[in-house]
Design a protein around this ligand. Sequence first.
Ligand SMILES: C[S@@+](CC[C@H](N)C(=O)[O-])C[C@H]1O[C@@H](n2cnc3c(N)ncnc32)[C@H](O)[C@@H]1O
Length: 362
Amino acid sequence: MSNITTTLWPIEPHTQAKHEILRRYLQAWLPIMSRYNGRILYIDGFAGPGEYSKGEPGSPVIAINTAKEHKLKLNAEILFLFIEAREDRCNHLKEILRPIDVPDNMKYNVECSKFDESLTSQFNYLDEQKKRIAPTFAFIDPFGYSDTPFPIIKRIMKNKKCEVLITFMSGFLNRFKSDPHKEEALDLLFDTREWRGIVFDSDSDEKSEKKIVRFYQNRLESCAEYVRTFEMKNKFNQPIYHLIFCTHSIEGLKKMKYAMWKVDETGRFSFSDRTDPNQTVLFKREPDYRQLKKLIVDKFKGKEVPIEEIEEFVVVETAFRETHFRKQILKPMEEVNPPEIRVVKSERKRKGGYPKGTIIRF
Ligand SMILES: C[S@@+](CC[C@H](N)C(=O)[O-])C[C@H]1O[C@@H](n2cnc3c(N)ncnc32)[C@H](O)[C@@H]1O
């Protein structure tokens, strides 16, 4: 993947899936953020040329069109910053964007530079001015792993209203981890030298690619409240990269999970649990509710639990969504004879409803 030399290249199905996730997430993120903030920023740190070899739109076009064509009125000023290191791709992107009319409240800038250098100088400027970065969604989509140093991710995530979606080239990285020339890049990627002991730990049975992902996830968890990893597989069901989403907002996490579950059609994509990358759910047309029931029962057996706590567990600790457990799991558990759960307190109007304040005994 990283040895592409031409300005444009053919799009692959997993890239289209990634774009679909991006589009759906932005559809949700834009109105929420523009309701509460005067100005919001979208950064595409590895923007590419703006199209693929058969004219399919690249991520900058997808982002602008999603904002432009949004059915809700977006009142905030929306700034798009597209960073692309290669001059030919950068120029191509400018040409692709030129004919697109953007509304007055939207502006974009194409910067022909390196992601890390560009953001570092912008953060230094903001620091000098004692200002903070506007609420930001940063899409960080490199070919490799050498140009996304951890300190810059940390700097973005320092603002509680900032989020990042990173393409983490786990398979690629796994192949090169023992190359001594790459050590420095890995030190920067993780911002620690500790990866050596963990990634090469021969006492552990876990596959080394999984260990790398888990290690990176742990690093990201040091600067983000919620980190969610999605494994992208090719048509041979081989993992190619991981999409990693970092946010401080549980609403953001819910919306991203919604976007991921929508990319559900082919069965080629999976996403793994934050705490256990081995707990992988293959995308099917239907979620595997038996698996979710087991997770819920294992967690809460013998306890009295507020509905809010169950929801938080489902959203934060499992691959499933907040829409997956009331009707599909709690209701049948309550209705079976003998019941598997009992509602001990609730202001519900009808049986099978579990509004806020409901307490359930497992
Ligand atoms: C995977 S492609 C991006 C695809 C694009 N995000 C999309 O979805 O349509 C990665 C791009 O990053 C560019 N690139 C490589 N190193 C870079 C760096 N340090 N900073 C910014 N862009 C870089 C490459 O030239 C390439 O166009």
